[in-house]
Design a protein around this ligand. Structure first.
Ligand SMILES: *Cc1c(COP(=O)(O)O)cnc(C)c1O
Length: 386
């Protein structure tokens, strides 16, 4: 019999063997400073992460206020620059208030944990981001999953839920592995009809979609339609962190009860300064979004001509679903040899049998970059058939 001390190594080696067996072993690829790959894997949709104005704003704020915030928001870490950023984010999204979190993962955990308990009915789109699923778990609230973008299915589930418990519907705005978007007006109308609140995580829509880069919710869908809006700052806005936007009662509730907000150090002031610089650029340079959508249109047109299995996505996330893990790894490695980095996404991040290349486009990609990507994909296809 194994001694208790042997149980831990056994547990780890069993888990490793299981993951390796399915071809799902995950590895980080180390990026060196002189990495010359063209990146089609990141989420820097507007090319802001490397913008000298963000970098300089970050450095200047660090020189002035220090490298770190030194404490949590409720102790002594809530700085004027955080307050200004919260106001800007509230204005951008057309909401009365906004609350900064250190990451999007924590914003989702904190919001769901503060709002829900085991008596709350939570309804989540099947393809929602892991952090939304984990947030309901942290709250001890059972999540019911509705079919992807299926309002009829959602309506049925809501109608069956107990009338004496608050109901919350949760969805990604832009689905992170598929690139398609939620029907915000449809969700809002179903929620109104059923007396449920709606929470949208617009991590991939903010900065990209909407008339002002205000996302797929933004000013077009106010707090009456979407009372809880989450946005992240590490994607199109090129910095880091996240926020929740809504009315004063919601934000006050989060400040009181969201443990992932309360028990963590405030984001470094430099990060807030970089985000403020990104918001200026978002406002002053709408041509970046125009460029991005031109790239997306060109990619889709030419990839369709090649006969690649495109998804129904009008966003910078352009997955190519290839099915088997091994096939995805083969294509990704072939592209890497051509100097192109794309995401190779396997289960459990996506459903089994739907492994895919997750290609992301950016305003920073020029025509040559796109040519190289399309040539690389064509080469993968050719090698497949021979
Ligand atoms: C990336 C992402 C998050 C997490 O945001 P971080 O700031 O990276 O922690 C949350 N939700 C969705 C849909 C995401 O794509």
């Amino acid at each position: 019999m194994l001694s208790r001390a042997d149980l831990w190594p056994k547990r780890l080696s069993n888990a490793a063997a299981q993951r390796q067996a399915g071809g799902g072993w995950r590895q980080r690829s180390l990026l060196s400073e002189d990495d010359a790959c063209i990146d089609f894997a990141g989420n820097d949709y507007l090319g802001l992460a490397d913008d000298p104005r963000l970098v300089e704003a970050q450095a200047a704020a660090a020189r002035r206020f220090g490298a770190g915030a030194k404490a949590s928001h409720l102790v002594s870490g809530h700085l004027d620059i955080h307050e200004r950023l919260e106001r800007r984010l509230a204005a951008l999204t057309g909401r009365p208030r906004a609350l900064l979190f250190s990451t999007g993962y924590m914003a989702n955990l904190g919001t769901l944990q503060a709002l829900c308990d085991r008596h709350t009915s939570v309804f989540q789109d099947r393809l929602n981001h892991a952090s939304l699923i984990d947030g309901a778990r942290l709250a001890g609230a059972p999540s019911r999953r509705f079919h992807h973008r299926d309002l009829t299915n959602l309506e049925r589930l809501l109608a069956r839920a107990p009338n004496d418990a608050p109901a919350l519907v949760v969805s990604d705005g832009v689905f992170s592995m598929d690139g398609d978007t939620a029907d915000i007006a449809g969700l809002a109308s179903t929620c109104r009809h059923q007396g449920a609140w709606l929470m949208i995580d617009d991590a991939h829509g903010l900065g990209v979609l909407g008339a002002h880069g205000d996302g797929c919710v933004g000013r077009a869908h106010g707090v009456d339609e979407v009372p809880i809006l989450v946005g992240t700052l590490g994607k199109a806005l090129g910095s880091a962190g996240a926020f929740v936007a809504g009315d004063a009662a919601l934000i006050d509730h989060l400040i009181q009860f969201a443990r992932p907000y309360i028990y963590t150090t405030a984001q470094p002031p430099g990060v807030a300064a970089a985000t403020l610089a990104a918001l200026d650029i978002l406002e002053d340079e709408p041509e970046r979004r125009i460029q991005l959508f031109e790239r997306i249109a060109r990619f889709r047109r030419e990839a369709a001509t090649l006969g690649l299995p495109l998804a129904d996505s009008r966003t910078p996330i352009q997955p190519i679903v290839l099915g088997a893990n091994a096939r995805v790894m083969r294509w990704a490695e072939r592209l890497a040899r051509a100097g192109l980095r794309v995401g190779a996404i396997r289960a459990p991040t996506v459903p089994r049998g739907q492994a895919r290349l997750r290609i992301t486009l950016s305003a920073a990609h020029d025509d040559d970059a796109l040519n190289a990507l399309l040539d690389g994909l064509a080469a993968c296809q050719r090698e497949e058939v021979t």
